[in-house]
Design a protein around this ligand. Structure first.
Ligand SMILES: [Zn+2]
Length: 452
């Protein structure tokens, strides 16, 4: 680590935390050994925390008191892991409708931190996280970020939407002395801005790169196509979106290091993180994660909706919250990294990204994207929108090698994937708009599916 990095880690960060009165560095120390505890011990710990949270939620919020009593559930009858199936699931619509009633009466308002999701699946969700929970989340995120080889104080090339480090002088100073992000705004990823960013990274090399999976990919592709080389961080953290295999390959080739894939959401923060052995471990430090189909736990290897209970947020309890993504649990029970936390075999993307075919099968957006990107090299960018059970729109940005052949390949692939009862139209566009968060969606379905 550089001298500045060590100085920040050992002196600036602890002093800053002392001044702020934040305990995240102490939490971080506790988390250091936690991931190596036997799984049974981890689960007992989660169970204790769940019991406390349930009793708190019923005693201190109108929402859970009513919701649980309507469902005939009293916290005392939750005695085994199987019993938690009786607890009603919490949807994004619930949070939108009952936000105020979900806030705990016994937590002072000034200790609540407002959060807002980007709303990339339609409408955004607003919620509160209490200050204590926010500090745990901060520590947990750092503990997993370290898996990429990074540590506190080291410079980060941050490819992200709406960077906040220039918003006011406080955030500017904080970034300069503590956070050390070199930002590239993903809403402004023009060739000029990417070239300028490249020059900046050459001048002040970051320890790691961090960003949206697709934005990291776009930047890597831009460097490769323009013969710009020499950016070699020791790690890369990809987050906030599904990381496709082809994207990972390009990113790792261009920057010459491994990508650490991280999965999370604004509501509960980090849900899973990939270790150096390529296993995506669930965050058992602060969450309880379930994978369900039609409301029942699925076996390893089967896709299911990801449902999360935040074990630290007492300000506005989030119990059995449907995040809106689909994942598959792995049957692997141990990992050479030493972390005992269960492993996700894959993330299948958002519930809303599943295409339903007229014959009733479900195809995840991620598998479609991989397929189409692999076999259609003339397509620079693409978005699939399902308008109806038998109607798709392909929006296409033409690449340099686009030809008549690309179009006939596209028709052949679409016929193979969706069958002859599906119809589609092709629209050629100059670019595909990112959403307001700076994220980009490959596949959008306007229909319901068994995970929704
Ligand atoms: Zn591992």
């Amino acid at each position: 680590m550089s001298f500045t990095g060590s100085l920040i880690r050992s002196i600036v960060a602890p002093l800053w935390a002392m001044k702020e009165g934040t305990p995240y560095l102490r939490h971080l120390q506790r988390l250091d050994g936690a991931k190596r505890r036997p799984l049974q011990v981890v689960q007992e710990d989660q169970w204790q925390k769940l019991q406390q949270l349930l009793s708190h939620a019923v005693s201190n919020t109108d929402f859970y008191e009513n919701r649980f009593s309507q469902a005939g559930v009293i916290a005392d009858i939750i005695k085994t892991w199987a019993d938690i199936q009786q607890l009603p699931l919490l949807t994004k619509d619930d949070v939108r409708a009952y936000k105020e009633k979900m806030v705990a009466r016994n937590i002072p308002k000034e200790q609540l931190v407002p959060k807002k999701t980007s709303g990339s699946t339609g409408v955004s969700v607003e919620l509160f996280v209490d200050e204590e929970s926010a500090q745990w989340k901060r520590a947990v995120t750092i503990s997993y970020d370290r898996w990429s080889g990074w540590d506190i104080g080291e410079r980060i090339g941050a490819i992200w939407g709406n960077p906040d480090c220039y918003q006011n002088w406080r955030s500017y100073l904080r970034n300069l002395l503590l956070i050390r992000h070199i930002p590239l705004d993903t809403l402004k990823m023009s060739p000029e801005n990417m070239r300028e960013y490249y020059t900046r990274l050459k001048r002040t090399p970051p320890s790691i790169l961090f960003g949206h999976a697709h934005s990291l990919f776009l930047f890597a592709q831009f460097l490769e196509q323009n013969g710009l080389s020499g950016i070699h961080p020791k790690g890369i953290i990809s987050t906030a979106m599904v990381l496709h295999t082809f994207e990972r390959a390009t990113i790792e080739r261009v920057f010459g290091c491994k990508v650490t894939n991280r999965y999370g959401c604004e509501e509960v923060s980090l849900i899973a993180c990939e270790c150096k052995h390529g296993n995506l471990h669930l965050n058992c430090d602060t969450l309880l994660v379930e994978v369900l189909r039609d409301g029942k736990p699925v076996a390893p290897g089967e896709p299911g909706a990801i449902v999360v209970t935040d074990l630290t947020n007492y300000g506005m309890p989030m119990i059995r919250y449907k995040v809106g993504d689909v994942g598959v649990l792995s049957s692997k029970t141990d990992c050479p990294c030493g972390c005992t936390y269960p492993i996700l075999e894959s993330l299948e993307g958002r519930v809303a990204d599943y295409v339903v075919t007229p014959d009733g099968s479900y195809i995840s957006g991620i598998s479609l994207t991989e397929n189409f990107a692999m076999y259609l090299p003339g397509v620079k960018q693409m978005q699939i929108v399902q308008e109806a059970i038998d109607r798709l729109t392909f929006s296409i940005v033409k690449g340099e090698s686009f030809s008549e052949q690309t179009v006939s390949d596209l028709h052949r692939l679409a016929l193979e994937r969706f069958g002859d009862r599906m119809t589609w139209q092709i629209e050629y566009v100059d670019s595909i708009q990112s959403e307001s968060s700076g994220k980009y969606r490959f596949c959008i379905s306007k229909l319901q599916n068994p995970f929704s």
